[in-house]
Design a protein around this ligand. Structure first.
Ligand code: ZN
Length: 248
């Protein structure tokens, strides 16, 4: 396996996922896919997104939205729009699809990488936004490299015991490359495919090249209005439809 596509927070946005797959394959064949959770929820095509990832035999971890979509957790901690979308998703998935989601682990290890949706401290819920959460996560990370999602923000955390915070956080922009060194400990968030929240409405993803030992961050345009039309037809909450236009 040399080129692995890293996606997170697809959020049932198949139009965005297809754009990501096309864009990633332009750089060469994709040998594997890692999904960091929240493949479903918010968007209009949860089953289609699951099927697409399963077609790649993707390694998938569970996020809070996978758990809510099956009823494994309640939606008390969700905001009203997220809870409404979770309920909508739950009503549409088949028992087979739900049992597939229920079978997903919260943490997976692939070679030198640990995959988790939130953090290793609180796998489906904690947001890795700051150095405190990053250090809590890194203390539990047994591989040099970690991959997380959940915040919908592409960032890189580099452990740095010489710095005051113990680590450094960097925002990742389109086209940025991270050179991996087995002597360093990092955590990377590829951003969100289906609902970016960093002010850039383009779908976000990353590609790990095992030969070059690099991870590249990419952004790609997709037909946002096609997804929005499907969401409106499904009667999904207006705010969830609108936020795709601004990436907030
Ligand atoms: Zn999410």
């Amino acid at each position: 396996m040399t080129r692995t596509l890293i996606v997170s927070d697809v959020h049932a946005n198949l139009v965005a996922l297809e754009a990501v797959l096309r864009d990633a394959e332009r750089g060469g064949p994709i040998d594997g896919v890692w999904s960091l959770g929240d493949c479903v929820g918010y968007g209009p095509q949860p089953a289609e997104c699951m099927a697409r990832l399963k077609g790649f035999d993707a390694t998938m971890v569970a996020g809070n939205h996978e758990r809510a979509a099956t009823g494994a957790i309640g939606t008390e901690d969700f905001n009203p729009d997220a809870a409404a979308a979770a309920q909508w998703t739950k009503e549409r998935l088949t028992p087979e699809e739900k049992s597939f989601l229920d079978g997903l682990a919260e943490v997976e290890q692939q070679s030198s990488f640990t995959l988790v949706h939130g953090t290793l401290r609180w796998p489906i819920w904690e947001y890795l936004f700051d150095s405190e959460a990053a250090l809590g996560h890194l203390a539990l990370q047994q591989t040099p490299f970690g991959l997380v999602g959940h915040t919908h923000m592409p960032i890189l955390v580099v452990e740095d015991r010489t710095s005051f915070d113990g680590c450094q956080l960097f925002r990742l922009a389109d086209g940025e490359r991270v050179d991996l060194d087995p002597n360093m400990r990092i955590v990377l968030n590829p951003g969100s495919v289906g609902q970016p929240r960093d002010g850039d409405r383009r779908a976000s993803y990353a590609v790990y090249d095992a030969e070059a030992m690099t991870i590249n961050l990419h952004r790609v345009e997709y037909e946002i209005d096609a997804t929005q039309k499907l969401m409106a037809e499904a009667g999904l909450p207006r705010w969830l439809i609108e936020r795709l236009s601004t990436g907030r």
